[in-house]
Ligand binder design. Structure first.
Ligand code: FE
Ligand code: FE
Ligand code: MG
Length: 162
């Protein structure tokens, strides 16, 4: 990290890196939850939902990428062992048990709502203290808000057709 870069962070850097690693754990688990959901989904509307799940999985993977890059920039080390995903996650992992469209959508909506809450809280904590991370998390939050909205819309449309 550049010397002046360090000066413009008015937040404990170790705490910041730790929070970013928790977010990294959540993003990896979210990416996998969408990915595996897209693999096993079956029944009515599964083609349509599958496409959306695949897209969201890529978005979550991209969030993990953005967060890991910021951790590196802060001279931190991104999670090295997947065991730590479960130790650090705030939103956990919702294993798909019923492979139909509606239960899979509902599980992922639950995950998005958790992510929105976590990022909203993080933004409040770092507001005015680290503008770069604030901007980065703000961009991710924008995506999560869109994800929740997309999934709710699909769930609504499916429920109307039934
Ligand atoms: Fe995400
Ligand atoms: Fe999301
Ligand atoms: Mg979408």
């Amino acid at each position: 990290m550049g010397k002046f870069t360090k000066k413009i962070i008015r937040f404990d850097i170790e705490t910041l890196i730790n929070e970013l690693n928790k977010a990294l754990a959540d993003e990896y688990l979210a990416a996998y939850q969408y990915w595996v959901g897209a693999k096993v989904i079956e029944g009515p509307f599964s083609d349509l939902v599958k496409k959306e799940l695949e897209e969201h999985s890529k978005d979550e993977y991209n969030h993990a990428e953005m967060i890991a890059n910021r951790i590196i920039q802060l001279d931190g080390v991104p999670i090295l062992n997947p065991h730590d995903w479960f130790r650090l996650t705030k939103c956990g992992f919702l294993e798909p048990k019923n492979f139909k469209s509606i239960p899979i959508l509902k599980q992922n909506i639950q995950g998005e709502r958790c992510a929105i809450g976590v990022y909203d809280t993080l933004l409040k904590e770092i507001h005015g203290k680290d503008n770069i991370t604030y901007h980065l998390i703000g961009k991710i939050l924008e995506d999560e808000v869109e994800h929740e909205c997309d999934l709710e819309q699909i769930l609504k449309n499916i429920s109307m057709k039934k």
